[in-house]
Ligand binder design. Structure first.
Ligand SMILES: [Zn+2]
Length: 186
């Protein structure tokens, strides 16, 4: 419960109060940091450091929100378990419409708010925009910048599989097995 209150408090800063704004364009800036990702239990991103520039265009019955997000997220390499920064830079757009009495065509791209709402919460959008950019698998040399896999770890993994091969070889020629085979055959 306490944690839930902390999360709600932290995410409050991702609300844009638009009701008092004049028509036209307005710029906002938000930091997306580790604490932000901590607020989401199922976030694929645990650590990140990004900046979101948000341009909000206020129109009479609609808001057009352009996002420009840049920074890094931390990935764990699937090969050597190294943690590294993966740079991200992308743009997104969201449309916000206010409910009219005969509004019916809701779509996923359009956010619907009531006419009495006075602020837009962009925390969920930021969460989704960044999390969908986590790759299915991560490798130092592919998503990292000027880094390669930890050679010691790779060597260790290669060494371990090598040992297994050696064990198998040993089994084949273990004289005890030979002896058992002979008993069976007799
Ligand atoms: Zn690696």
């Amino acid at each position: 419960m306490q944690a839930q209150i902390q999360i709600v408090k932290y995410l409050k800063k991702y609300k844009i109060p638009f009701s008092g704004l004049a028509s036209g364009k307005h710029d906002f800036e938000f930091e997306i940091d580790n604490k932000f990702f901590d607020c989401y239990e199922h976030s694929l991103i645990k650590k990140g450091n990004l900046r979101a520039l948000v341009e909000l265009q206020k129109q009479e019955n609609m808001l057009v929100v352009n996002f420009s997000i840049e920074g890094t997220i931390e990935l764990t390499c699937d090969y050597c378990l190294n943690e590294f920064d993966h740079p991200l830079s992308f743009k997104e757009r969201a449309l916000v419409k206010f409910i009219l009495e005969d509004w019916e065509d809701e779509t996923e791209e359009v956010i619907i708010l009531s006419k009495t709402d006075h602020e837009l919460d962009i925390s969920t959008l930021l969460y989704e925009y960044t999390n969908v950019r986590v790759p299915y698998y991560s490798k130092c040399t592919e998503q990292g910048v000027d880094i390669s896999c930890n050679p010691e770890i790779l060597e260790k993994i290669a060494g371990e599989s090598g040992e297994n091969e050696a064990e198998k070889e040993e089994e084949k020629i273990d004289p005890r097995w030979e002896a058992l085979k002979n008993i069976k055959n007799n």
